[in-house]
Design a protein. Sequence first.
Lengths: 803, 291, 161
Amino acid sequence: MAVDEHAPTTGVRWIGRDLKRREDPALLTGAATFVNDFALPGMLHAAVLRSPHAHARITAVRTERARELEGVVAVLTGRELAEVIEALPRFCAEEVVEHAVAVDKVRYAGEAVAVAVAETRYLAEDALDLVDVSYAPLPPLVDMVAAADAGAALVHENLGTNVVFEKTFTHGDVEGDFARAAHVVHRTLRWPRAMAAPMEPAGAVCAFDRASGRLDVHSNSNMLNFAAWVLSATLNLPPEQIDFHPMYTGGSFGSKHLPAKAIAIAGALAQATGRPVKFMEDRADNLLANDAQGPDRLYQSALALDADGRFLSVRHDVMDDYGAYFIFAVAGNTNAMAQTTGPYAIGSCETAVRAVLTNKNQQGVYRGAGSDVGNWALERLVDAAAEDLGIDGVELRRRNLLRPDQFPHKIPTGNLYDSGDYPAVLDKALAHAELEFWRAEQARGRGQGRYIGIGVATAQQRSTYSSTEFWFHNPGPFVGMSTTAESVRIGIGPTGGVSVTMFSPFWGNSPETVVAQLVAEELQIDPETISIGYDSTAHGLPSAGPGGSRMTVMLSGAVRGAAAKVREKMFQIAAHQLEASPEDMELADGAVRVRGVADPARAISIADIGMKAYWYKADLPDGMESGLEGSFTYDHPYTTLPSDDRTDLGVFYPVMGHGVHVAVVEVDVETGHVHFLKYLAVHDVGTVVNPRSLAGQIRGGIAQGLGVTLMEHVRHDAEGHALSGSFEEYLMPLAGDVPTVEVLHHETPSPFTAHGVKGGGEGGRMIAPCAITTAVEDALRPFGARVDALPITPDQIVAWAHP
Amino acid sequence: MKPPPFAYEAPATVDEAVALLGGADGARVLAGGQSLVPLMNAHLERPSALVDVNRIAELAELDAGSDVSAGAVVRADRLARDGAVRARLAVLADAAARVGHQAVRNRGTVGGNLAFADPANNLPVVAVALDADLIVRSTAGERTIAAADFFRGAHGTALQPGDLLCAVRFPGLPEGAGSAYYEVSRRSRGWGLAGAAAAVWLAADGTVAGARIALGGVTDVPRRMSAAEASLAGAEPGDAAFAAAGAAARDAVAAARSDMHATADYRRRLAAVVVARALRAASARADGRTR
Amino acid sequence: MNPTVRTIELTVNGRRRHAAVEPRRLLSDCLREDLGLTGTNLGCEQGVCGSCTVSVDGSTVRSCLMFAVQADGSDVRTVEGLAGDSALDPVQAAFWEHQGLQCGFCTPGMLMTAHELLERNPTPDEEETREALSGNLCRCTGYQHIVDAVQAASREVGHGR
């Protein structure tokens, strides 16, 4: 069993502790309520009929026989549903219109063409078996290069092209840097379409009260507090009439940021039938149509170096297959611009982005949100440079790492890296990597027909996004949203009990545990005494929810702000009682006292203060309201707007983490199987609140990174039929496929956040593909194998080894 | 993904079962359900009626004497863990132990694995390697089908509507034989891409006296690899001989299967690997030698 | 043959329960909806992910691949029956201690599989543990903390459960 090494931040009591998770007992006993466990009296169940064709006009949808089935309440075509709800929300400027159920044509295999709602899910599916759909097939666009051709059939006729977005982002003197380079390495790289596929599919239970016109939503959406506003136009209801209730979410990894279709279908049917409706994606629904597929990219990339092997500039020409719709525009590409230059001192960079629409399910945001791909492309270039120049890969990286005295560091794109000590992280990794041992094993092995490979990756893991990344790809002077807030309310009751309310849901991260530790730290109380809950959006405060590894940072700031308000009021009450000055008070051992004075007669317990605040108005300072609570809306700690010409994209992901992974593999060249001999991850995500919880996220992320590197791939045949509709087709790692991962934490605190925390939930997935790719390529070096595409499949390995 | 409706009975005897199967159009056998129910949940199979054979005691008998006779409802897990089966026919225990994961083995049956005849299924390969006999009953009576005649194509067998596969007899191997099953899959104990069942017995001088090799997963139907077997006669057991047998098996594959998990070319290469590795494991067990 | 609803009687977590079910009603749905035991989760209904794992007559099964009528007369155990009178059983406690879960959706299935492993092999090594858990998909944890938890539970539980 691996033992994680972590030295806690000094001067704190609760931050840095491996407290057991508060969320676990309910989950371990099966008592937690996931959406599919939730039922309302009279609830109906919906099911969706899906198109087998990738691209076709819908010429007829006959639902008469389906509607006659006993127990079936309604069967709606896309056209009929469009009379109840509008098109789905989108964050793109382009007119890419999507309906929850297709109206005139289907644009991907798996798109919804009809929906049935019945007393049971069984009956709803029986009804769908009786729906008769006629299609007039259209030429399917399965290959993005072909789809980008001027003469190709159009996914959206109104756009006149399938190239929905095209722009080159140039920062610094790229041309000049390439011109003066002593060496340039080029690579053509292919990153495969993968998907989040959490164990729990997306779903919603909607109940519409006709008298009040209010819609109650129980959904596993991880964005809640602006979901009502985002979906209000679709649902034809004002946002204040929609109440989202936070549910325990069984994993998301970005795929449940906005399960708009599930909510829209359930919401529409609830309005149409007057009864509560549950629409739960089943696994086929989820794998075919979840709208959260990952980047699907072709890179033509180049790295320019000087004569000393120092990186001067990096250039990417990216073509990205976005699928049939464009909900987040090119967020998956702009995300990568937070860290295009990686951990290296590179003076200029350029990314040309071409987003192409095809007949596949659309991209959403999947853990890493495109920066995972950027990391991989950059590390491939670095490996290529090491190979071409005959320099050891680790040495080449070290030579180019930013130095600790160079922070805060603005990179050419305009984003800022807040803090970092990359050489120290690399040193720590190398101290535990046993590279000499493994290199000796590798040499020995080659003599015996064993192929061992070593991969070291140094890469970034940005956290805490700003909403500017969703629109700054549009030309200036346009300015869009700039808020990504998170709120917390802390209340102290008449017996001194502390309760905390969050407004974003649990999705497998540990928000309750982390918040308990943060509040305990702020108020100097035992975290076990804190009561933590969630509230629905009708009572909620601005909160963007988990995503982009933001929650630890945002909750830290929100808790700090709310605790400060509560603390200030407690100090005033106590000071008034003790005839002291509020500035002289401090919190210690569950009481407020005069700073430095240990006399119990000069202290008032939080319990007593609570009692006074609620029931003893006469003891409060003049003009003070009764009660004791503080709410705080914490805004993103450091966001700046992009320049009009977009040569400077502004600061949008400044809380920058970093990591080094060391992978040692042995490749069986007869079967193509990759076996892990060692896996080490050293992550620096600032101050760590709960090391074990973070290590769990890192290991989980590494498993997903291993997945896309070796086995995960969303595939279609030549006609665009979906080939990845089950877990036997879309392969994800099992317990026997994933190595034991040694995790070490390094802490370089952020100067911008409460306690210096940074987010670390995505880093494992963002760095693992780099290290594993390098290791496999290293193992197969005797065969001259070059890994330019993922996943690295067994047949590819066997083909390399037996040319 | 909920299954469509069907009529259902769970008879207590084989006679009742075959009468039900013979009497209703579209009636299917429900044994372990590990292959059939996923297809029903996906609406890819819609039997109008299911005859649940899990309560027929006679079909759950396992006898491991000189041969191993297993009733059709003997669970893969039982076959995998039975000491007498492992002692007699380790290849059968190995193959049963590799049927899916534990929960699948707890329900999945010998009969189901053979009758479903997915090219990736393990037990058909063992049945072909050992020349097993499959006992089938219907309202017309009982008949025995040799394994070599039983498997006709991917998911295609000699079973006719109304038939119930009742038992399979795996003949024992010569005294001192070692046997093994070796499989390659994409993921940990996942669906096999190629698998080989092998048995080896030695002459007094330590050379190979005889061998049985069957290859599965590479073509639609598992096949005896006679050329590979012949290549081992009189050979010194060791990696050279096993590699040669593997190559012979690979060369005997005319057209390998290609699907999203493995190309034809890769499967053909795997043929050589799984045969060689199965032989190595089998040989190590021959003559009572330990691994 | 009969497609209509029939009454089944089964023992679930030690208590006698009844349900009226069509033959096609999956055991998973019967447990979750007819008997109110929503701890068992549906991750795929394709027989692959293992989230729906329960124990029937002492062996784990994928409850999405069994019809409720097949469990008539059987002894069924679900995650809700593990803890008994105490707050958590030793395996659950080990999962808590080692953080063998994040979202918790696969956890009930993992626990049932872990229990069966430890009943059959009280001292599994790491490889045996990983193999035994390979029929349960987890997307959050990367499995390591689960393996740690099962190994810790095996030391705690020992023989003679």
